[in-house]
Write a protein that binds this ligand. Structure first.
Ligand SMILES: [Zn+2]
Ligand SMILES: [Zn+2]
Length: 246
């Protein structure tokens, strides 16, 4: 029971950090927040993604490239150019490291207006904090796992951030239905009720309206992150929520 709760908790907290902070805030700037709350969610992302923390600047630049070049050979992670999700994510990892280590210069102002927190960014680039998180996960399983096979879940914890990215990028541009043909790419809505990736699998809706905070568009669709954003807005944690713009 403890292992199940830990796995589900890590899955959704890490995913929330990715969709709320990295994607909707850092990459798209769909809303604003004070310096305090920005740092709060920066740290929240660092903790919840743990061993696979994704640097907000590198994530945002790569994601802006994805929107600008969606499903062309300049897209960092289009599934239509790779035989497997693993190969696609390996290329994504290399590109991510090039941006993170500033080996390449971002084009077209893709690096404008992205939150940065140099001390935490530097910590996130070191190996020892990642290894420390891995040790924490292993210790948790050693203490609470009741069956031997549960240890096979550990690798998912180690790569939780990129795993979510891989699922969204692969399935969201390959499988599902289309609401908007005019996006000019292969984006799909994989699940009409997307609990499993907290709304990220509404790729077709999102490519049509990249600034729209609610990824669900049609009456039967549900984006679970949207109600959280409404509550955070109501609590004045975030401001200037752009709910309808395309
Ligand atoms: Zn996409
Ligand atoms: Zn996006």
């Amino acid at each position: 029971m403890a292992v199940a709760l830990f796995f589900v908790g890590h899955w959704f907290l890490s995913l929330f950090s990715q969709t709320f902070f990295l994607h909707r805030y850092a990459a798209h700037r769909m809303f604003t927040m004070s310096r305090f709350w920005e740092r709060f969610f920066y740290l929240f992302t660092f903790i919840t993604q743990g061993s696979s923390f994704l640097n907000p600047r590198a994530y945002a630049i790569m994601h802006r490239m994805h929107h600008a070049y969606s499903d062309t050979d300049r897209d960092p992670h289009s599934p239509h150019y790779f035989k497997s999700m693993f190969k696609m994510m390996w290329r994504t990892k290399n590109m991510y490291l090039d941006i993170l280590l500033r080996r390449v210069e971002p084009e077209k102002g893709f690096d404008k207006n992205i939150p940065e927190w140099p001390p935490l960014d530097r910590l996130g680039m070191l190996w020892w904090p990642r290894i420390a998180w891995v040790v924490v996960y292993i210790l948790f399983y050693m203490l609470f796992a009741t069956e031997w096979w549960m240890f096979f879940l550990l690798p998912f914890h180690f790569i939780m951030g990129p795993l979510h990215g891989g699922i969204v990028n692969w399935f969201g541009h390959k499988y599902g239905y289309v609401n908007f043909c005019e996006t000019g790419d292969q984006s799909r809505n994989s699940l009409p009720f997307d609990i499993v990736t907290l709304g990220e699998l509404f790729q077709n809706n999102h490519h049509q309206y990249p600034s729209r905070i609610n990824f669900a568009v049609r009456r039967f669709e549900f984006d679970p992150t949207y109600p959280f954003i409404k509550v955070l807005s109501w609590l004045k944690v975030i401001r200037s929520v752009n709910s309808t713009a395309g």
